[in-house]
Design a protein around this ligand. Structure first.
Ligand code: FES
Length: 288
């Protein structure tokens, strides 16, 4: 019997899933263009992905319903919990699909099976609800138990996706652990081209440096979403300020302070305060 992690690792490499993934991914991207709706589904206003919080409702309700069935609790309460769980999968699926559409392919393969498991669980619990409403309580309980088994398998893959493959985690460098306190020299101002983002190395950190007429902006170069190279991104103006759009999935960060303007990233991009000495040397320190 293969260990669960071995199965999850096999799914990561299951190229057979690539065709349906491409089709579904295109559909989701077409239905969900960049903007405030997509940002809300990614969880940008909350500062972290919305999907993990929303999946607690169906999983919690369904687990409670099966426990009521096992310990001969109230049938009415079990029915309410099953129904609440079935309704709860709608927002969970919407946020999950939005996040899934902006992942790497190995992550998408695991996400696809995760989605399939939760979809089948939703169908089994819907069937359970119908069976219970028709007076076939034993059959309804069996369908609920099968649904919970399926949802638990899906939840395991969701954990693998988030904790092993890092989907939804903050991938920006941990600046506070990698740079000392106080001001540090970056280099002469004259070495920085105006109006173009460049990459500079600062100790262990890779930085995006952008010189504009109003000063020098510095962000950590590793995108908070999945580690894309921000210095290769487009410089755009959003909400009256200069921003950088990541070349991989389009997360947009304000250059002045790293704030997320558009997802899929939800975590602020680490940024630095800068000053120019009388001798024309650019200095920086991590912004608190
Ligand atoms: S790596 Fe995905 S938006 Fe930057």
């Amino acid at each position: 019997m293969p260990r669960p992690v071995t199965i999850a690792e096999r799914i990561e490499r299951a190229h057979i899933l690539d065709r349906p993934i491409t089709a579904l991914s295109r559909t989701v991207v077409r239905a969900l263009p960049a903007g405030s709706r997509a940002d809300a589904l990614h969880g940008v206003p909350f500062g972290q992905p919305a999907h993990p919080a929303l999946v607690r409702l169906p999983l919690g309700c369904w687990t409670s319903a099966v426990l009521l069935d096992v310990f001969r609790g109230s049938e009415r309460a079990a029915r309410v919990l099953v129904a609440a769980g079935v309704l709860g999968i709608v927002p969970a699926a919407a946020t999950g699909l939005a996040d899934w559409s902006a992942l790497h392919r190995d992550q998408q393969r695991v996400g696809m099976i995760h989605l399939g498991c939760q979809g089948v669980a939703g169908l089994l619990f819907s069937g359970s609800l119908l069976a219970r409403a028709g007076g076939r309580h034993g059959y309804g309980k069996a369908l609920s138990a099968a649904g919970l088994l399926c949802a638990s398998g899906g939840a395991y893959l969701g954990g693998h996706l988030a904790l092993r493959l890092g989907a939804g985690a903050n991938h920006a460098d941990q600046v506070s652990h990698l740079s000392g306190l106080g001001w540090h020299d970056l280099g002469p101002l004259s070495s920085l081209p105006e109006g173009r983002a460049v990459r500079r190395q600062f100790g262990y950190l890779s930085l995006l440096v952008y010189r504009s007429p109003d000063g020098v902006h510095v962000l950590s170069d590793r995108c908070a979403h999945l580690g894309g190279p921000l210095h290769q991104g487009r410089i755009v103006t959003e909400r009256g300020g200069a921003c950088v759009a990541c070349p991989w999935h389009g997360s947009t960060f304000r250059l002045a302070d790293g704030r997320v303007v558009h997802g899929p990233a939800t975590a602020r991009q680490p940024s630095f305060e800068t000053r120019v000495t009388k001798g024309g040397l650019v200095q920086l320190r991590p912004r608190p």
